[in-house]
Write a protein that binds this ligand. Structure first.
Ligand SMILES: [Mg+2]
Length: 168
């Protein structure tokens, strides 16, 4: 298995983000409990991890400080010039991880946004996992391609989900 993962309200609790100006670089933010340990557990399972996140590069350097070495690939919309659900973001992740079309059945995209993460992953032909533990976004699919393949109620449950899918 290969993990593509969002940051805001998936690894990091967006309600804790501090910015000097609206839309500016995040100066401070907290991860969800167990998020860092979960990345370590997934790495220990030999599952490569790619960040696939919309926002500013400088923000993710702050939010994920001390954890950047957990990611084998690092794809940020500011650098790509497009945001999820654009396939450009997922294609950038494929390139960053040196993946081919035939690897798609092994890729999981985990994120909290049905319109961006889930629709983007479904249209791209990879497995979608909705992280549904943050209250900030509407989790209701409004189109068939916004329906996630799997639900994740706690980031700490992600290693077990990966394990169960890898046994399929
Ligand atoms: Mg998010």
């Amino acid at each position: 298995m290969i993990l593509f993962i969002d940051c805001g309200d998936t690894l990091c609790d967006e309600s804790t983000e501090v910015r000097l100006v609206p839309g500016g670089v995040v100066q401070q933010a907290s991860l969800f409990p167990g998020a860092a340990e979960t990345l370590d557990r997934i790495r220990a399972m030999q599952v490569p991890i790619c960040l696939v996140a919309d926002g500013l590069e400088a923000s993710f350097q702050v939010i994920l400080q001390g954890l950047t070495d957990r990611f084998d690939g690092w794809v940020v919309s500011e650098t790509v010039g497009a945001e999820k659900p654009s396939p450009l973001m997922f294609e950038a992740a494929m390139q960053a991880m040196d993946l081919q079309e035939e690897d798609k059945p092994k890729i999981l995209m985990v994120g909290n946004n049905v319109r961006k993460d889930i629709a983007g992953a479904n249209r791209f032909g990879i497995t979608s996992v909705l992280a549904d533990y943050s209250p900030r976004y509407d989790m209701t699919p409004h189109a068939p391609d916004e329906v996630p393949d799997y639900l994740l109620h706690d980031i700490r449950d992600l290693p077990d989900l990966i394990l169960s899918l890898s046994e399929k």
